[in-house]
Design a protein around this ligand. Structure first.
Ligand code: SF4
Ligand code: SF4
Length: 256
C-alpha cells in the first residue's frame, strides 16, 4: 500500500505553525514513517505532485495570487486542514481590515505601485471548503499530531472546543482574574495551550481564538468592573484573532 501523501502549504504567515510539525522531535520519525511528506518546501527539497490525501494550510489570504492558489490547493487535496490563527481567523495581519490598507502601503513603501495586495486578510475558510480548523498562534504540536493521526485513521480529531478556564481548573491554577484582578481572556478563549499564561500569573491574551460559545459581552463587562478602559478592551480583542467573528464584534462594540 502506498503511504498517504501529506502536503504543507503556506500563505501570509510567519511560518511558526508549520514549524510546529518540525518541532515534534520525538514523534517526527513516526510521522515520516506513516506518511509520504510530498510537499513541504520549508523542510524538504523534493516536491511530489498531488493529489494529496491531507493538506495542512498555514497563513491567510492577502493577495490576488493567494486567491487563485488556494483554489488549486483545495482541488488537489482530499482533506484540507487549516493550522493557526492566520489560517483560521486572518491572523495579526487582519488588523488591516479595520483600516484603509492603501494608507499603510503609501506610508511604508517607497514605490507603492509595485505592491499588489488585497484590502483584507481573510481566513482560508472564506475562500474554500475546509475540513477542520486547528487554532493557536502557534498551534499546539500535540493537537497537530492528534489531528494528522485522526485524518489518517478516518476519525474526528479529539480537539476540545471549551475554554482555557477548564484547563486552569485541571492544572490547579489560581484564577488570575478572581484572585488578583488581572484581566484575562481565558473564559472566551479555546483551550489547547495548557493554560500557560495563567500558570505564570498572567492573563490569557487569546492566542487560541474564540471557544465554541464565547460570552465576550459578559467578559468585557467584568473587565470594565476591574477598571479596564474601553480602548484597552478594543486592543485586547484585536490581536492574533482580531477578525474571528466574536472577537471582532466585541472590539467594534467598544470602539468610540
Ligand atoms: S498563527 Fe501565529 S505562529 Fe502561526 S503562522 Fe500565524 S503568526 Fe505565525
Ligand atoms: S493562556 Fe491564552 S494567550 Fe497564553 S498561550 Fe494559552 S491561549 Fe495563548
Amino acid at each position: 500500500m502506498p503511504k498517504p501523501k501529506l502536503a504543507v502549504y503556506k500563505f501570509a504567515s510567519c511560518d511558526g505553525c508549520q514549524l510546529s510539525l518540525l518541532d515534534c522531535e520525538d514523534e517526527l520519525l513516526t510521522v515520516a514513517g506513516a506518511v509520504d511528506i510530498s510537499y513541504f518546501p520549508e523542510a524538504t527539497r523534493a516536491v511530489v505532485k498531488g493529489p494529496y490525501n491531507l493538506t495542512l494550510v498555514e497563513g491567510s489570504i492577502t493577495t490576488p495570487h493567494d486567491v487563485e492558489l488556494v483554489q488549486q490547493v483545495r482541488r488537489s487535496s482530499k482533506f484540507l486542514v487549516t493550522i493557526g490563527a492566520c489560517a483560521t481567523a486572518g491572523g495579526i495581519q487582519a488588523l488591516r481590515n479595520f483600516k484603509d490598507v492603501q494608507e499603510f502601503v503609501s506610508a511604508v513603501y517607497a514605490s507603492p505601485q509595485y505592491i499588489h495586495t488585497l484590502g483584507t486578510s481573510t481566513p482560508i475558510a472564506d475562500h474554500v471548503q475546509v475540513d477542520f480548523e486547528l487554532r493557536g498562534c502557534p498551534i499546539s504540536k500535540h493537537q497537530l499530531l492528534e489531528t494528522v493521526g485522526a485524518f489518517l485513521y478516518g476519525r474526528k480529531p479529539n480537539v476540545p472546543p471549551y475554554s482555557v478556564c477548564m484547563e486552569c481548573k485541571r492544572r490547579g491554577n489560581v484564577c488570575v482574574m478572581v484572585a488578583h484582578g488581572t484581566p484575562c481572556l481565558g473564559p472566551v478563549t479555546q483551550t489547547g495551550c495548557g493554560a500557560i499564561c495563567p500558570a505564570y500569573d498572567r492573563g490569557c491574551y487569546g492566542c487560541f481564538g474564540p471557544m465554541e460559545t464565547p460570552n465576550t459581552d459578559s467578559l468585557a463587562k467584568g473587565w470594565s468592573g476591574l477598571g479596564v478602559k474601553e480602548p484597552d478592551i478594543v486592543r485586547a480583542f484585536r490581536t492574533f484573532n482580531a477578525w474571528a467573528e466574536p472577537f471582532r464584534k466585541e472590539s467594534v462594540a467598544h470602539e468610540k
